[in-house]
Design a protein around this ligand. Structure first.
Ligand SMILES: *Cc1c(COP(=O)(O)O)cnc(C)c1O
Length: 405
């Protein structure tokens, strides 16, 4: 399918280009030493990850350990309530550890093993990426260092406990605001010291090349499965697909299955409390081009041009940028990016729980909220929503801040 001059038939061969660019976005903006480490990972990715042995092993792990394929569920009661549009969800909440993140963590850790690395290194904010990576490290017998700010360690006690139980080393980062940004810096610094024996594992389709490509490719299993399952279930393609966008990995996973189809694609960012800078994390809607954390993309900046403080009710979505491929698809118009606010999100959280018996993650509830809005405006047709994770992790927060509705 040709769209605005881009041929989506051959898209995955051409994007990113060999330097890691999706149009003008992406690239590798880090020290020369780390550039060499990234080049080593890129080289390993193209040789090892494309080998039959690697693909067969990852496929087996996904089936026997992760519980893939995850199903698609038809939301019959919710669809009936909203009108004639049929809503469906891809159940990444049923993936082992309760979210899509394990899809790329298992791939990254398996690559680490094939490369002969002994350790995986990462940062985490809310702790979801840390738990997924700690799980993968335990599975493969790798050491695991997770860098986390003091503030986040206090806030995310259950995830810190999970990581420790899984055998990970949680490294406390005390400087600055002691949250995600400082944790990223500390993890990068550690990787610069230890790259010979370790590999850095990024938690989304961001960071320097090859990570946006690699994480997308590992997550594409979501879109490949979903397309096949949807056609088998209904005899046709969905009219629209929807996913929430933080860094953008669950979204790229689903979207990659439908980019070459006549399907409307929606990426949903958190509008939080409203459009004022600091009250949301809708980087693609309100941001401008800029470089952070090793890549060029669209980002929210403060008056000094530094990454701006952001907010979302979903801790997995409060990041001041999005992956470079999203910035590219945004400018191209192939994916439409829109927003929902906290209120609409919490409403969708309770609606899905009550009508369908599925408690969604607050992140995923953004996509559900948008799918519900679409269903009201479309009149007829079908919408497939990526349910990126389950809401168990959010229940205390919901009860404390919103009560039972
Ligand atoms: C981390 C997380 C997200 C956001 O990350 P993406 O890379 O944008 O997918 C979304 N949903 C859940 C459940 C998460 O844990």
């Amino acid at each position: 399918m040709l769209y605005n001059g881009i041929d989506f038939e051959t898209y995955f061969k051409n994007y990113p280009d060999k330097d890691g660019y999706f149009g003008k976005y992406g690239g590798v903006y880090i020290s020369d030493e780390l550039k060499a480490a990234m080049a080593e990972i890129t080289e390993a990715y193209f040789t090892i990850c494309k080998s039959r042995k690697f693909i067969a092993e990852l496929r087996r792990i996904r089936k026997e350990f992760q519980g893939r394929p995850t199903p698609i569920s038809h939301l019959e009661r919710l669809s009936d309530k909203l009108g004639n549009v049929q809503l469906y969800v891809k159940r990444e909440d049923l993936n082992h550890t309760g979210a899509h993140k394990l899809n790329h963590c298992m791939g990254e850790a398996l690559l680490a093993k094939y490369m002969g690395k002994k350790k995986v290194i990462a940062e985490t904010g809310a702790g979801q990426h840390g738990v997924a990576l700690a799980t993968a490290a335990a599975y493969f017998g790798l050491e695991c260092d997770i860098y986390m700010g003091t503030v986040d360690i206090a806030k995310q006690a259950p995830n810190v406990a999970r990581m420790k139980i899984l055998g990970a080393n949680v490294v406390e980062v005390t400087h600055g605001l002691a949250t995600l940004k400082e944790a990223v810096d500390a993890a990068f610094a550690a990787y610069a010291r230890e790259y010979k024996d370790s590999i850095y594992c990024i938690g989304s389709v961001m960071g320097p090349h090859p990570f946006p490509m690699m994480v997308r490719d590992f997550q594409s299993v979501v879109g490949i499965e979903a397309r096949e399952q949807f056609v088998e279930m209904t005899g046709e393609l969905p009219d629209a697909v929807v996913a929430c966008v933080g860094g953008g990995s669950n979204a790229m996973g689903l979207f990659s299955g439908f980019l070459n189809d006549p399907v409307e694609i929606y990426g949903i960012e958190p509008l939080g409390k409203g459009p004022k800078l600091g009250d949301h994390a809708a980087s693609l809607k309100y941001g401008t081009e800029g470089i952070m954390h090793g890549f060029n993309s669209i980002m929210l900046k403060d008056e000094n041009g530094e990454p701006a403080p952001v907010y979302s009710v979903a801790s997995g979505l409060d990041y001041p940028s999005s992956g470079p491929e999203h910035a590219f698809l945004h400018d191209l118009g192939r994916v439409k990016y829109d927003v929902v606010n906290d209120e609409e999100t919490i409403d969708a959280f309770f609606t899905l729980s009550r009508l369908e018996g599925i408690i969604p993650a607050i992140e995923s509830s953004h996509a559900v909220a948008y799918g519900m809005k679409l269903a009201k405006t479309m009149g007829r047709g079908s919408v497939l929503i990526n349910l990126s994770g389950r809401g168990d992790k959010d229940m205390d927060y919901i009860l404390q801040n919103y009560g039972i509705r």
